[in-house]
Design a protein around this ligand. Sequence first.
Ligand code: FAD
Ligand code: FES
Length: 513
Amino acid sequence: MSDAPLPSLWLETTPETAFPPLEAPLDVDVAVVGAGITGITTGVLLKRAGLSVAVLDSKRILRGATGYTTAKVTSGHGLVYAHLEKHFGAEGARTYAEANQSAIARIARFVEEDQIECELEWKANYVYGDSEQDRQSVEDEVAAAQRAGLPASFVEDVPLPYPTGGAFRLDGQAQFHPRKYLLPLAQSIAGDGSHVLELTRVVHVERGEPTRVRTDRGDVTARHVVLASHLPILDRGFFFAKAHPHRSYAVAARIGDGAAPDGMFINTGQPSRSVRTSRDERGPLLLLGGEGHKPGEERNTEQRYRALEAFGSRHFGTTEFPYRWSTQDYIPVDQVPYIGRLTRASKNLWVATGFKKWGMTTGTVAAMIISDAILGRPNAWADLFDAKRIKPRPSAARFVKENASAAKHWIGDRIGKTEGDVLADVARGEGRILKVDGKRTAVYRDDAGALHGLSPVCTHMGCLVAWNSAERSWDCPCHGSRFAPGGRVIQGPATKDLQRRELGRANGSTPAA
Ligand SMILES: Cc1cc2nc3c(=O)[nH]c(=O)nc-3n(C[C@H](O)[C@H](O)[C@H](O)COP(=O)(O)OP(=O)(O)OC[C@H]3O[C@@H](n4cnc5c(N)ncnc54)[C@H](O)[C@@H]3O)c2cc1C
Ligand code: FES
């Protein structure tokens, strides 16, 4: 049974990797859990500073959010600088801007020094209002971004084929192909006592000196451990309650040469719309992203792709959409990523999460902060992003709302209705929560007609999973864990698969052949 999500443009246009799994116990200076942009950049920086590193991934590398992103490399993160100024002060906004601009420069330096061919292109970034009503908030954002030291300007004329309420334009930003950028960097980690290990799932990290990283293939001991697994797999630090999953979608459309807009674009309103260009071997592509929602709360996710395609056809006249993909990221309750020590007590355990869909730069910022900390170097940005911070004012309302929503799912989904009890009603390629022998059961029928039964109880903290039709996965609405149709974890924080359940001739119905 295939349990791979739909491949993205980035995955379709690069070769599959073949790094080995962990085969024998290892001892290194630093173990990095997760090989996305955060883990690989951290590994590269530490290896080049002379440390031995092991970067471990449960899948093949760069198949998490980094393999499914839209890969704009910008400090223009929607409307953020006015918020930062209000809640973190002028200094906080300045630090955020400086860190992200430095991340762009760091990426460009890797590209230049390592001569990486990754389609890096310099572009202006536009954050545009959907209508005149948004003008004030966009103007406020421009003023705050300028005070934060960014070369921001307000522009009336936005190079898009539909009206806007003006935009926050930021020059000197970039876009690239994330796998073409990161695959050579990953390759440069392996060797001379350092390792990239694929298909090696970390199941636990035991405190101590050295720290012991337990995997499904044996142990790695390390002086430092960096959790770069997106949402951390450890519940210490309560990041599952401080950052909340949000899923969005992307499609790539064929577009004529010269017909695509020059720049990178994102709107300020809803539904969200993100626009950039790219290309494949057949020619130019227009990438359209958006349609965000909480995972596990929507059954017909297919309609999200259709909405993006309709948007492309309406405004850009595109009719051919050869690529579509989706992924999720974690939104921190106070809008600033969590980067640094996992808890106050952890001396050698580091975490980076909550990139709120801007991890190309903020994941790079995380790698720079954490590698500096491990190497004993000062870092002027570390306090702003401190993962242990408590910021009650900007966080409280969102913290309460998001955790109430998780609690509602934990309780409400248990007393909610199932979708029937007749196995024969489950179509090929479909999943449903059914009552089977009196037990709530996640039932999936594969393309060959065979039925598969699973416990619907998420192995992270016990919420009930829901079927995602477009991605063919079981998604948990509480903290975003995702499971393949057959129950295998495809996205944490869960580290254990869903339990299998025998279906047999349950409820008197015979599974259809
Ligand atoms: C639709 C969408 C569009 C986006 N567009 C942009 C954009 O234009 N610009 C931008 O800056 N950001 C964007 N982002 C955000 C960005 O893609 C992410 O913030 C970033 O990729 C996160 O990188 P990461 O390395 O932290 O996580 P990931 O890339 O998810 O890497 C984490 C890795 O950890 C591994 N892992 C997990 N659990 C375990 C375990 N138990 N053991 C071993 N390995 C494990 C996973 O397999 C994965 O490979 C977007 C996000 C979304 C959702
Ligand atoms: S992801 Fe936390 S309960 Fe499922």
